[in-house]
Design a protein around this ligand. Structure first.
Ligand SMILES: [Zn+2]
Length: 465
């Protein structure tokens, strides 16, 4: 509606000022305090957002310090816009102060400017425009200020224990147009307990690689001790042949009786492991073919023969696929010492399948090698049918407001929408713009901020009318 758009335009300065006020508060998770489950900074940001909301004339509610919301309108049903005020640490190397909210070249620079303080304030001002225009809504609207999105979303967990989920809504915490499908995520360890009394010519002191299960590891290190010089020379010769055959970037160094190995790969996000080069899986085939102890060999053999450099789960028979994409598998971390061998795996599976479709096969295969699955965690897929009213309405608004095709996206990652039922990710990043969240020099373009407030105002109206 032009009316909403014009009113947003007229509130531009006030919106910019409000965003500056909230980004100037450092809201990184910290020690809990009384009534402040995620620490003082996060609580200060929540208080600021609620005071801005009430100065705009909205009723506000603070839900135990875990979350707050601004509310407008009456009705049986509730429309929710779910954003968050907590931020990840700023890191170093900023060209402007990370909590300064300075404006340069039409951009507000600050940690949280695009993730997610700017966008949730934009939604608040979109709702303000509806209120200013005296537009009657048939439903209640809540703008949610989450405070724990970056650290487990316990804000939403707490809210759902107190109140029911909105009937429909969106989160301005990803990208445009609309993410209708988010793959399921499985995280787990595959473990073998080793018999440390077994004596072997080649003694593996440790293997260590990767920093997180959901990142493709770019290094893997190993130390082995070999007392027999003849065997030691053979291992080094085998390594040279292996490098020649594969072209992998593996180095070694001799230190007294030890050989220290290190392989180098290429890091990538765990939801797109095919874009990386897995340093762990580069090294393991070499280990498999030298004379290591039998129980460790079983562990290594399982990984090399059933996964290898493949990232789709083909050998395991779990290469699932549907209209939302293919399964992806990342071997993110490895840790072997004298008692235990373990890898951490991260799998993203397409939305029409469930965790058993993946885990049943994987588990029985692993068990046939004497391995165990431990620490299994599941984030279920998110999926809205393409003809769901929420999807249709947001597509209509997006097309009207931007003139762009409201294409529906499927992603391997998980957004805030996964935590709250009936919510879908909608913006704030426009197609073709670089991702800025969690990065140095994070900013929001003021023009985009205003466009977001207009789109969100119209979306709220469309959903709540
Ligand atoms: Zn976010």
């Amino acid at each position: 509606m032009d009316e909403i758009n014009n009113l947003v335009e007229s509130m531009k300065d006030e919106l910019v000022k409000s965003v500056q006020e909230v980004v100037r508060i450092k809201s990184v998770m910290d020690e809990p305090k009384e009534g402040m489950p995620f620490g003082e900074g996060v609580n200060k940001a929540l208080m600021k957002a609620l005071s801005i909301s009430s100065s705009l004339g909205f009723k506000t509610v603070n839900v135990d310090g875990y979350m707050g919301y601004a509310e407008y309108g009456e009705g049986e049903e509730t429309i929710g816009v779910l954003g968050h005020l907590d931020v990840v640490p700023e890191g170093s190397g900023w060209k402007y102060p990370p909590y300064g909210g300075e404006i340069h070249d039409g951009k507000i620079y600050a940690r949280g400017a695009i993730d997610d303080k700017g966008p949730i304030m934009a939604a608040l001002f979109g709702l303000k425009a509806i209120k200013e225009a005296n537009i009657q809504l048939g439903k209640k609207v809540r703008i949610f200020f989450g405070t724990n999105e970056e650290n487990g979303s316990n804000d939403v967990v707490n809210y759902l224990e107190r109140d029911k989920a909105p009937d429909m809504g969106f989160t301005p915490d990803a990208e445009y147009p609309i993410i209708y499908a988010e793959k399921g995520i499985l995280g787990f360890d595959i473990v073998k307990y080793l018999d440390k009394d077994i004596k072997n010519d080649i003694n593996i002191k440790y293997v260590e690689g990767g920093n997180a299960p959901n990142v493709v590891p770019d290094t893997c290190k190993c130390a082995m001790q070999i007392h027999d010089d003849y065997i030691k020379q053979n291992v080094i010769d085998d390594l040279k042949k292996y490098i020649e055959k594969t072209g992998f970037d593996i180095n070694y160094d001799e230190k007294e009786r030890d050989i220290l190995f290190s392989s180098k790969g290429l890091s990538a996000h765990g939801s797109q492991p095919e874009l990386g080069e897995n340093a762990i899986m580069m090294f393991l085939p070499f280990l498999k073919d030298i004379n290591i102890s039998d129980d460790l060999r079983e562990f290594v053999e399982f990984l090399v023969c059933n996964i290898g450099m493949d990232t789709r789960g083909k050998e395991l028979g779990i290469d699932l696929k549907d209209e939302t994409g293919e399964l992806s598998l990342n071997v993110g971390m490895i840790k072997i010492d004298s008692c235990k061998a373990a890898v951490s795996i991260n799998i993203r599976y397409p939305v029409t399948f469930n965790e058993n479709d993946v885990m049943d096969k994987l588990k029985s295969k692993a068990e046939s090698y004497g391995l165990k699955i431990e620490n299994l965690g599941v984030a279920h897929p998110l999926y809205f049918p393409k003809d769901h009213p929420l999807i249709i309405k947001l597509q209509k608004v997006y097309k009207e407001q931007t003139g762009l095709e409201p294409e529906l996206l499927s992603i391997g990652g998980g957004t805030y929408a996964k935590k709250m039922p009936n919510i879908v990710a909608f913006g704030p990043n426009f197609p073709g713009k670089a991702a800025r969240e969690h990065q140095t020099d994070e900013y929001v373009e003021i023009e985009d901020l205003i466009r977001n407030a207009q789109i969100y105002g119209n979306a709220i109206y469309e959903l709540a009318k």
